[in-house]
Design a protein around this ligand. Structure first.
Ligand code: GLU
Length: 482
């Protein structure tokens, strides 16, 4: 199927790949894949002062991690690189000059002190900031330090039909004679963005709502160039559960941080898709394939999306549980190796790790959970620390607990096999025999061998720990109670 749909993700390399920004990339990619169109990446690095070293690499790494691939671009090492605006300056210069020639733009020589003074006066008078159009009709030419500004129509309205927001219209009179080409020779976002969307034959511009107020400027520019504008679709803003602007404290951090914390890319993709898009009001779990099949712009909502980190944890836990044991093992192994505390001797015994991991498969919310102190540390560290009170059930006293553990210890000592089934066959009836509840006996043994009150299934845990370790730890528990 050939399609005329061409969309782009146009990040500015000014920081880490924020989840909101990656959502924009993902929606564009899903739309392209749904329509059989093309998806490109264009780096908008025209703000030299704000460009951050390494930011682009982080953004591309985030895309690759999620499986977002792009379809064309200049060749870099046998692969497609993204388009990069700073390598296209000559194009923007030529086009800005054309606009000056045909009377749609002009050179402005105003020194920065003058612009600052205007701004200060406007602020004092509580007027909106904006250039006072001093150079607009002076017919100035180029000179060092000059900028090129757009000659904004002084009246009329600029309206367009946004695929998500419907009819949007702006009064031209409130728009400024904005800068097209800066004094450092770089284009502004507006100029480069419009020229590239045209030259790259972008059919749909899908971007965050914060760019909505730039769109009338862009439409006027398209008009001045004699270009047909693309169709616009502004994605809803993302808020925290408290409806405040999304920030770090809501968990809105770099997408790579989620990777490093052990979120699965397929869970992250599913979660991102639901930030502003929905299939219906109940279905929440979608594979990438299903997202591609069902992604349409009509299903993108106008209302703010809420970023709920608990929901992401829930979703990630579900994706982890649905992994096959082999897949879980393969993905969790690096987290185990990296995540266990320094006190645990390295290198880890691979065979032992492979016995431990399946026990936490059901409980892990993230892959990093497999190496947390509360989940698996006790498998690797003999110095488990806990308060003796934890051994004693609410309805029992110290003496009873001590007797119970001593009996259990004696019976465990004579066991030949130490597998989960044997342990269960021994300990369940033993509770009856002693006259305590199974939970009371198991609880004390659990704390004795793990130091914790919530752990993976007890008998399997004991099997993996092995007889010597279990008896040794129960012995220590008995010592604590004496
Ligand atoms: N460079 C802009 C950004 O950082 C692109 C906005 C747009 O998509 O037009 O988000």
């Amino acid at each position: 199927m050939t399609s005329s749909v061409r969309v782009r993700y146009a990040p500015s390399p000014t920081g880490f790949p924020h989840v909101g920004n990656i959502r924009t990339a993902f929606f564009n990619w899903l739309f392209a894949r749904h329509c059989g169109g093309k998806f490109i990446v264009r780096v908008e690095d025209t703000d030299v002062a704000r460009t951050v070293q390494g930011a682009l690499e982080g953004i591309l790494e985030g895309l690759r991690w999620l499986g977002i691939d792009w379809d064309e671009g200049p060749e870099v090492g046998g692969d497609f690189g993204p388009y990069v605006q700073s390598k296209r300056l000559a194009i923007y210069h030529g086009m800005a000059n054309d606009l000056v020639q045909n009377g749609n733009a002009y050179y402005c020589h105003c020194p920065s002190e003058r612009l600052e003074a205007i701004r200060a006066a406007q602020t004092a008078a509580k007027q909106p900031p904006g250039y006072d159009r001093h150079c607009r009709d002076l017919g100035l030419g180029p000179e060092p330090g000059a900028v090129i500004r757009y000659k904004m129509p002084l009246s009329g309205r600029t309206a367009f039909n946004d695929l998500i927001r419907g009819e949007v219209s702006f009064d031209n009179a409130v728009l400024d004679d904005f800068v097209l080409l800066k004094s450092d020779g770089y284009p502004t976002y507006h100029l480069a963005n419009v020229i590239d969307d045209h030259l790259m034959q972008i059919s749909h511009v899908m971007r965050a709502e914060e760019w909505l107020s730039s769109t009338p400027k862009h439409l006027l520019l398209y008009n001045s160039f004699g270009y047909t504008p693309p169709t616009f679709a502004h994605l809803p803003i993302i808020l925290g559960p408290d409806r405040a602007k999304l920030s770090k404290r809501h968990g809105a951090v770099s997408i790579l941080e989620y990777r490093d914390k052990g979120y699965l890319p397929e869970a992250m993709a599913n979660f991102l898709a639901l930030l502003g898009w929905a299939y219906d009001d109940k279905t929440e779990i979608f594979s990438i394939k299903e997202l591609i099949e069902n992604f349409t712009i009509e299903r993108v909502s106008q209302t703010a999306a809420i970023f709920n980190a608990d929901k992401l944890d829930w979703m990630n836990g579900g994706y982890i549980r649905r992994l096959t044991s082999d897949d879980f093992l393969a993905r969790a192994l690096p987290f185990m190796k990296k995540g266990l505390p320094e006190e645990v001797a390295r290198p880890l015994d691979n065979d032992y790790v492979k016995k431990v991991l399946p026990l936490v498969h059901e409980r892990a919310k993230t892959l990093a959970d497999v190496a947390s102190m509360e989940s698996t540390w006790f498998f690797f560290n003999d110095n488990i620390e806990y308060d003796a009170a934890l051994l004693i059930d609410k309805k029992m006293d110290r003496r009873q607990t001590l007797d119970m553990l001593e009996t259990a210890c004696a019976r465990l000592e004579v066991l030949e096999a130490f597998d989960a089934a044997t342990l269960e066959a021994l300990l369940r009836p033993l509770a009856d025999e002693i006259g305590v509840k199974a939970g009371q006996l198991f609880g004390a043994i659990r704390t004795a061998v793990t130091g914790l009150t919530a752990t993976p299934p007890l008998f399997q845990t004991m099997e993996v720990l092995g007889k010597t370790t279990c008896l040794d730890r129960i012995g220590k528990a008995i010592g604590k109670l004496r």
